[in-house]
Design a protein around this ligand. Structure first.
Ligand SMILES: Nc1ncnc2c1ncn2[C@@H]1O[C@H](COP(=O)(O)OP(=O)(O)OP(=O)(O)O)[C@@H](O)[C@H]1O
Length: 291
């Protein structure tokens, strides 16, 4: 499914939260990366028809946001950041409720869909337990289950791995990868590591704008030949912070091993390193410019 976002804006009072967003998504996983407060959740909520846009156009398949809300809700699955509202319902009750909202009105069909989804996310045994008693991983799984009810072609997932342990994190990512094979999956996160190899296309948001939109390779190309590691003491590190962009500084021996972005050797002894996504992200955030 194709999703085309053009000049999308959102204002809360006089506060401009989204400022002229342009994005095109196709089949597969699309990673949206940005710091807290960048506007990612606002964008997700607009696409999920939870809140209205202020201006701009969004085309989801053959539907238009602002005109075809009901049809759009039938096309998409949305996993929001928070689930607090449903803590008192059991997993099965919650999925039954969501299935009704998605228009699965036939009781038998609904029970079948709910049972199938509980099995798929491995929560059959916990179906009569209240969601408030679920672990972080279980809550994410019931979240993805509700998002997948009705077999949506566009899946929106907001900050999916918060509160998950490493194993749950990996399982969750595998599940999204599988879903992305024949659907459009939009994944928002502030954790660079969540944007793994499966998100071929990605965007970076900052201050309500898209500051990068392209492939992972294109992001890496931006910092090719500009990432250095260098061993420094406390004083040199402070000096370096003034003159160069430091990606990380890890304690090493008596000083630090600093990872630095610079167009030429930042200090004598600095060694050129292989560029990673984190380096590209830091470079784009510092430049704050759009592609
Ligand atoms: N209902 C609201 N009224 C006023 N301002 C809001 C409202 N909702 C969000 N904002 C503001 O909009 C900006 C973007 O918030 P948003 O939650 O979309 O960012 P985010 O990138 O998803 O970050 P986070 O991961 O922290 O949620 C923030 O400055 C936030 O304070």
């Amino acid at each position: 499914m194709h999703v085309v976002i053009q000049q999308l804006c959102k204002k809360y009072g006089s506060k401009q939260v989204l400022n002229g967003i342009n994005l095109t998504l196709g089949t597969g996983m699309f990673g949206l990366l940005g710091p807290n407060g960048a506007g990612k959740s606002t964008l997700m909520q607009i696409l999920a028809t939870v809140i209205p846009k202020t201006s701009g156009d969004v085309q989801i398949g053959h539907c238009k946001l602002g005109r075809d809300e009901r049809e759009i809700r039938g096309l998409l699955g949305y996993l929001p950041q928070e689930f607090g509202v449903y803590r008192k319902l059991t997993g099965a009750e919650y999925l039954d409720y969501v299935a009704s909202m998605k228009g699965i009105t036939n009781g038998k069909a609904r029970r079948k869909a709910v049972a199938e989804m509980l099995r798929r996310v491995n929560l059959e045994e916990k179906r009569h337990v209240r969601i408030g008693k679920y672990s972080g991983g279980m809550r994410q799984r019931i979240g993805i289950a509700q998002a997948l009810l009705g077999d949506p072609q566009f899946i929106i997932v907001d900050e999916p791995t918060a509160g998950l342990d490493p194993e749950e994190r990996m399982r969750f990512r595998d599940m999204l990868t599988e879903l992305g094979k024949d659907r459009t999956v939009l994944l928002s996160t502030h954790v660079v590591a969540d944007i793994d190899n499966n998100c071929k296309s990605m965007a970076i948001m900052s201050g309500g704008r898209i500051v990068f939109h392209g492939t992972q390779e294109q992001l890496l190309q931006r910092v090719q030949g500009q990432v250095w590691t260098v061993q420094v003491g406390d004083e040199k590190l402070a000096e370096l912070k003034e003159t160069a962009a430091i990606v990380t500084a890890k304690r090493s021996g008596a000083g630090y091993e600093a990872r630095v972005l610079a167009s030429s050797v930042p200090l004598p002894g600095a060694v050129l390193a292989k560029a990673g996504l984190e380096d590209g992200y830091i470079a784009v955030m510092r430049a704050g410019n759009s592609q």
